[in-house]
Write a protein of this length. Structure first.
Length: 87
């Protein structure tokens, strides 16, 4: 039981450290995607660099961040498959 509590404490600490890291990065867009390619988190730098407010982008497919030619050529879908390990 104590070991499980310690593991949960470490996990919470790591989650908090990651959150703080993402929030303090100012020069790089950091976002997370669902397995389907929907934006699930978006830092302030991403907002500034990409031009979408958080409430506009959350739930949108990440392909909206690509030029239209890249979308037509299937680049976002290929990159999502690579990220999933299905290349």
């Amino acid at each position: 039981m104590a070991e499980r509590r310690r593991a949960e404490e470490i996990s919470r600490h790591n989650d908090e450290m990651f959150r703080l890291l993402v929030e303090t990065v100012k020069d790089y867009a950091i976002l997370t995607l669902s397995p389907e390619g929907l934006v699930s988190s978006w830092n302030a730098a991403a907002e500034r660099i990409e031009g979408y407010r958080t409430e506009e982008i959350i739930g949108q497919h990440f392909s909206c961040l690509y030029p239209a030619d890249d979308v037509r050529q299937g680049k976002p879908d290929r990159e999502l498959q690579i990220a999933k390990g299905h290349h």
